[in-house]
Design a protein around this ligand. Structure first.
Ligand code: UDP
Length: 328
């Protein structure tokens, strides 16, 4: 039985990856320190004999007993408001965490896939973004802690590949959504859906002309799985090229949720990218992959998930207490 280590296993993407690898017949070790992750996302795996959970912070030395065939490094805060609250943890998990996992991959002779991001392109000056684009990132802005950690992550991963001959894969993930996103993580989809469910106004930042391209989680996981099994070690964009402005998206959500909420405008956060759309020609060619689930369908499934959460969860202002992770 092949064995895979998935970091960030209790998070949104990590938990879906655990499901996918179990379905493919792997033995899965899920690792998380639960800063932003939630055990609820993997509680359905409690009785699965092919799954084990390890509570661990990957910024500290990582060890796993026995062999490993694959490692997927998905541990990281993923929301701009989280970066502001835990900036140093965000830098450490992308930098030190990645270094530890590359070391583990080398020791175990395992293939490693690391989760990079469209944020390596920053506020992009070319559109759509191809893998060749070097990006336009503000190193010292509020998002810099995430963007630069992920850029360093790509560099050190390529260095391990070139210098040690490690088998590495790099996925550049564009905005991905679906069930198990954290309701109050501040990102636009949970934010709008939570607001619709609570009968609040939808908060559009800036004038809403900035664009995003949203990929449903099952499509994302399929792309990641195919990339891991490929023999390509340079970065590959995985995302859905269907682009929409945030204002149009807010209107879509109002229709979808059948709510009569109004849209209110708030200040655009610093360094919020104005446009984002993946060029997925490479993934199409290399992996024979493209997204299958359109936004209407994906958003319906996601809204059903948020609807199924308890009142208590819906009204909780913040799901996570970060204070214990902040050392002053
Ligand atoms: N956004 C918004 N209202 C919200 C939350 C986010 O208008 O309540 C905007 C945000 O400014 C950005 C886009 O939605 O332009 C996507 O934000 P998100 O935090 O989901 O992810 P990002 O793609 O910026 O990392």
């Amino acid at each position: 039985m092949k064995r895979v280590l998935i970091t960030g296993a209790a998070g949104f993407l990590g938990s879906h990856l655990c499901d996918r690898f179990l379905a493919e017949g792997f033995y899965v070790i899920g690792m998380d320190n639960l800063i932003t992750g939630d055990l609820k996302n993997i509680e359905h795996l409690n009785d699965n004999g092919n799954f084990e959970f390890k509570f661990h912070d990957v910024t500290e030395y990582v060890n796993v007993d026995n062999d490993l065939d694959y490692i997927l490094h998905f541990a990281s805060p993923a929301s701009p408001i989280d970066y502001l609250k835990i900036p140093i943890q965000t830098l450490k998990v992308g930098a030190l965490g990645t270094h530890n996992l590359l070391g583990l991959a080398k020791k175990k002779q395992a293939r490693i896939l690391i989760a990079s991001t469209s944020e390596v392109y920053g506020d992009p000056l070319i559109h759509p973004q191809t893998e060749e684009y070097y990006g336009n990132v503000n190193t010292i802005g509020p998002r810099g802690v995430y963007d630069e950690a992920k850029r360093f992550q790509e560099s050190i991963t390529m260095a391990y590949h070139r210098f040690h001959g490690l088998e590495t894969r790099i996925v550049r993930i564009f905005n991905t959504y679906g069930p198990r996103m954290r309701l109050n993580d501040g990102r636009v989809i949970p934010a709008f859906m939570g607001q619709a469910l609570r009968g609040e106004n939808l908060t559009v930042f800036g004038d809403g002309s900035q664009t995003r391209s949203f990929c449903y989680v099952d499509d994302q996981v399929e792309g990641i799985y195919r990339l891991l099994m490929s023999d390509y070690s340079l970065p590959v964009n995985i995302g859905n090229p269907n682009e929409i402005s945030i204002l149009d998206f807010a209107e879509e959500i109002i229709k979808l949720t059948n709510s009569n909420q109004k849209i209110i405008f708030k200040e655009l956060p610093k360094d919020d990218p104005l446009q984002r759309q993946p060029d997925i020609s490479l993934a199409r060619k290399l992996l024979n992959w493209q997204p299958k689930i359109d936004r209407t369908e994906g958003m319906k499934i996601t809204f059903e998930y948020f609807k199924s959460l308890s009142e208590e969860e819906l009204y909780k202002k913040e799901h996570k207490d970060f204070t214990k992770h902040i050392r002053k």
